[in-house]
Design a protein around this ligand. Structure first.
Ligand SMILES: Nc1ncnc2c1ncn2[C@@H]1O[C@H](COP(=O)(O)OP(=O)(O)OP(=O)(O)O)[C@@H](O)[C@H]1O
Ligand SMILES: [Mg+2]
Length: 441
C-alpha cells in the first residue's frame, strides 16, 4: 500500500510565491496543487479532495477572503491558512472572522511555514482515517461519471432504479464507452456499497484457471492446489461481482455461472459441497452476444439469465453534446496532474473534438486530451490534436441539409436582403427572373 500524502491547495496570483510554497511543502512530503486565481481554486476544490487550503488575500477579481468564506461554508472540515503581506489589526481580524484557521505573514521562513501547516492540520479533527479505510467515498465514484445528454441521462436513470437490489445486470456497449464505470456506479451508489466490488476480466484469465479463480478450489483439486482457496465469488459475497468481457468466458465457466444464477450457490473446484452466496452479478460485453449464441459459443439460457436488466451504454458519437463536458474534465484532471495548472482549450480545438466520430469512445477522448495536455503550454490548440481527428468527422445526419434546401435558403436570404425586389435579387444571384421564380416555387 502506498501512503497517501495530504493534498494542499495553494492559491496566489504571484507564481513565484506559489513555487516557493510548493518547493517547501514538497520537501515536507505534502502533495500540492497550484491555482493563480480564486476561480481556478474553486474548480480544483470541486474535483479533488483537498486537505488544506493556503491562500493569499490580495488577488485580482476575487480576493482570498471570499475564497476562505466560501470554503468555510462548503468544506467546514478543511483547515484554511491565509498568507498575507502586511496585515493591519483590522485585516487580521477579517481573516479570522472569515473562517480561516490561521494566518502567516510574508515573508516567512520554511520553518514558520511548517509550523503553521502543522498547526492548521492539528486544528481540525482527522478525517483521514475515514477516507483511507473505505477508499473513495461513494459519491465521488458516481460523480466521476458525467454527462447531460439525453442518452446519458437514460443510463443514469436505470442505474438509479437498480442500485439497491440484487437483480442481475448486463451492461452492453462499444469499447471505451464506460461500461465498467456504470457497473461501479451501480455498486457504489447503492445499498451494498460498503460490501466488496470485485471486477474480473473473463477475457484476461487463461481458460484453465478461470473456473478456479471464480469459484475457488479445494486442496488437491489439481496439481499445485496446496490449500483450500476462495474464489472471486466468495470474495464478493454481500456485494457485487463484475464479470467483464463475459462473451469471452469459456463454455465450462458459462455452465457453472448458469448454476450460480439459478441456485445462488457456488461450488469450489474439487468440492462436492456448495455454498450459498448473496452476490449481485453485473456482466459486461462489447460483443454481440446474440451473434455468439448463433455461433453456439455463448449459451442462450445464460444470456436470458444475465439480461434481467440491460443497460446499453451509448457510443460517444450518439451523445456528442457531452463532449465539451468530458474535454474540460479531462483537461482539468491532466492539467493538475502534469502541469499543476488548469489547462484551457481553444475554441477551434474544441470544435474539432466535438465533430470527430470517436470510434474508441470516451477512452480515446481521454487519451487524446492527456497527450494534448502534456504537449501544450497552458492551452490546447489545433496543434496538439492528432491529424486523424481533423479528417474523420462525425456528421450528425439529421441536421445536414440537401443542396436544394441550402439553395432555397440562400435564394430567400438574398431576396429578403433586397427587400423582396426580384430583379435585384436575380441580378445578385446571376440568374434571370424566370429561373428565380422557379427556384422559389
Ligand atoms: N460518463 C463518463 N464521465 C467521465 N468519464 C468517463 C465516463 N464514462 C467513461 N469514462 C472514462 O472513460 C474511460 C473508459 O471507461 P470504461 O473503462 O468504463 O469503459 P469500458 O466500456 O469498460 O471499456 P472497454 O470495453 O474497453 O473495457 C475510463 O477512463 C472512464 O473513467
Ligand atoms: Mg471495460
Amino acid at each position: 500500500m502506498l501512503l497517501k500524502r495530504e493534498n494542499i491547495l495553494l492559491v496566489d496570483d504571484d507564481i513565484q510565491i506559489l513555487e516557493l510554497l510548493q518547493r517547501h511543502l514538497k520537501s515536507m512530503q505534502y502533495h500540492t496543487y497550484k491555482a493563480v486565481s480564486v476561480k481556478e481554486a474553486l474548480f480544483i476544490l470541486k474535483d479533488t479532495k483537498i486537505d488544506l487550503l493556503i491562500t493569499d488575500i490580495n488577488m485580482p477579481e476575487v480576493n482570498g477572503i471570499q475564497l476562505v468564506k466560501y470554503a468555510a461554508e462548503h468544506y467546514p472540515h478543511m483547515p484554511k491558512l491565509v498568507v498575507t503581506g502586511f496585515p493591519s489589526v483590522e485585516d487580521a481580524l477579517n481573516v479570522i472572522k472569515s473562517g480561516a484557521t490561521d494566518y502567516l505573514t510574508k515573508p516567512f521562513t520554511k520553518s514558520e511555514l511548517e509550523a503553521a501547516v502543522k498547526k492548521s492540520f492539528a486544528s481540525v479533527p482527522s478525517q483521514k482515517s475515514i477516507s483511507t479505510k473505505t477508499g473513495k467515498p461513494a459519491a465521488n465514484v458516481y460523480t466521476d461519471m458525467i454527462g447531460e445528454s439525453e442518452a446519458f441521462q437514460k443510463v443514469a436513470e436505470i442505474i438509479d432504479r437498480v442500485k439497491d437490489n440484487r437483480a442481475t445486470i448486463l451492461v452492453q456497449g462499444e469499447s471505451g464507452t464506460g461500461k465498467e464505470l456504470v457497473a461501479r456506479a451501480v455498486h457504489y451508489t447503492g445499498k451494498f456499497a460498503r460490501a466488496p466490488f470485485i471486477a474480473v476480466n473473463c477475457g484476461a484469465i487463461p481458460e484453465n484457471l478461470l473456473e478456479a479463480e471464480l469459484f475457488g478450489y479445494t486442496k488437491g483439486a489439481f496439481t499445485g492446489a496446496n490449500e483450500n482457496r476462495n474464489g472471486f465469488f466468495q470474495a464478493a459475497n454481500g456485494g457485487t461481482i463484475f464479470l467483464d468481457e463475459i462473451g469471452n468466458a469459456p463454455l465450462s465457466v458459462q455452465n457453472k455461472l448458469l448454476r450460480v444464477l439459478q441456485e445462488k450457490e457456488v461450488t469450489k473446484v474439487g468440492s462436492q459441497k456448495s455454498e450459498k452466496l448473496e452476490v449481485r452479478i453485473i456482466a459486461a460485453t462489447n460483443s454481440d452476444l446474440e451473434e455468439l449464441i448463433a455461433k453456439k459459443t455463448f449459451r442462450e439460457d445464460l444470456y436470458y439469465r444475465l439480461s434481467v436488466v440491460v443497460i446499453k451504454v451509448p457510443p460517444l458519437r450518439e451523445r456528442s453534446s457531452d463532449i465539451p463536458l468530458l474535454v474540460v474534465k479531462f483537461a482539468r484532471k491532466y492539467g493538475i496532474e502534469y502541469k499543476d495548472r488548469l489547462v484551457r482549450i481553444s475554441q477551434d480545438a474544441m470544435g474539432i473534438l466535438e465533430r470527430y466520430s470517436w470510434p474508441g469512445n470516451i477512452r480515446e477522448l481521454e487519451n487524446v486530451i492527456q497527450r494534448a495536455v502534456i504537449m501544450c503550454d497552458g492551452e490546447i490548440t489545433l496543434q496538439q490534436l492528432p491529424d486523424t481527428l481533423k479528417y474523420k468527422i462525425n456528421f450528425p445526419k439529421k441536421s445536414l441539409k440537401t443542396l436544394r434546401e441550402k439553395e432555397r435558403e440562400y435564394v430567400e436570404k438574398v431576396l429578403s436582403l433586397m427587400g423582396g425586389n426580384k430583379t435585384k435579387a436575380a441580378k445578385i444571384l446571376d440568374i434571370d427572373r424566370k429561373t428565380l421564380r422557379e427556384k422559389l416555387k
